[in-house]
Design a protein around this ligand. Structure first.
Ligand SMILES: [Zn+2]
Length: 207
């Protein structure tokens, strides 16, 4: 489990910010982990703000809601730049569903950390095709602390790192996850992808 190097104001100093990333597949507990860290920061009397992309309206427009229904009030923003303005007086900034923001999120997180803010980013590391997702790869490279959390494969019970899309859509952003996706391990993700309509046949597949 991730333990903060510092959690309270006693140990904070100007220009002592940093970036943490919590990444993984769907159903891996990313948001629960984000909420756990933010709750601990609140107990340490830190000023905490939470942001999420305005397009993520799956559950509620005002709350960061995890799948076990623990929620923290959050502010939906359309662009990462808005976080800089809205988080000016925060000690700790949480950003949920970060994969949906554009690449400018990386610089926004850097600026916040450079100014002394602790930044905790949670997001999907891969999309439904297993490709690195949005700004997350660059955030992984530039963060001080990286935590990859895993789900459990619904097919075989092994650790799952992939989000397998049950729905037929080919759009990268598809909301409404509980009925559209399942967590799968590598072999079960692979076999599922090969059974999808339009997948290359065994003969046409590169070896
Ligand atoms: Zn599996």
């Amino acid at each position: 489990m991730f333990i903060e190097t510092r959690v309270g104001p006693r140990f904070t100093a100007p220009h002592r910010g940093w970036v943490e990333v919590v990444c993984g597949s769907m159903f891996s507990g990313k948001t629960e982990e984000l909420i756990r860290r933010l709750t601990r920061a609140r107990i340490a009397r830190q000023r905490v703000e939470i942001f999420k992309p305005a397009l993520d309206t799956r559950y509620h427009t005002q709350d960061v809601v995890s799948h076990n229904a623990n929620s923290i009030r959050s502010t939906p923003v359309a662009l990462p730049d808005e976080i800089l303005l809205l988080a000016a007086s925060s000690d700790v900034v949480g950003i949920d569903e970060a994969q949906f923001f554009d690449a400018s999120l990386v610089d926004v997180c850097k600026q916040l950390a450079d100014q002394g803010t602790r930044v905790i980013v949670a997001g999907l590391d891969m999309d439904f095709l297993g490709r690195p997702f949005g700004p997350i790869p660059a955030l992984l490279a530039t963060a001080e602390f990286v935590t990859k959390v895993h789900a459990v494969c619904v097919c075989c019970g092994e650790l799952a790192a992939y989000s397998f899309r049950i729905a037929a859509s080919e759009k990268q952003v598809l909301l409404g996850e509980t009925d559209s996706y399942e967590a799968r391990c590598r072999p079960c993700f692979l076999s599922g992808m090969q059974e999808r309509p339009g997948a290359p046949t065994a003969a046409a597949r590169p070896h």
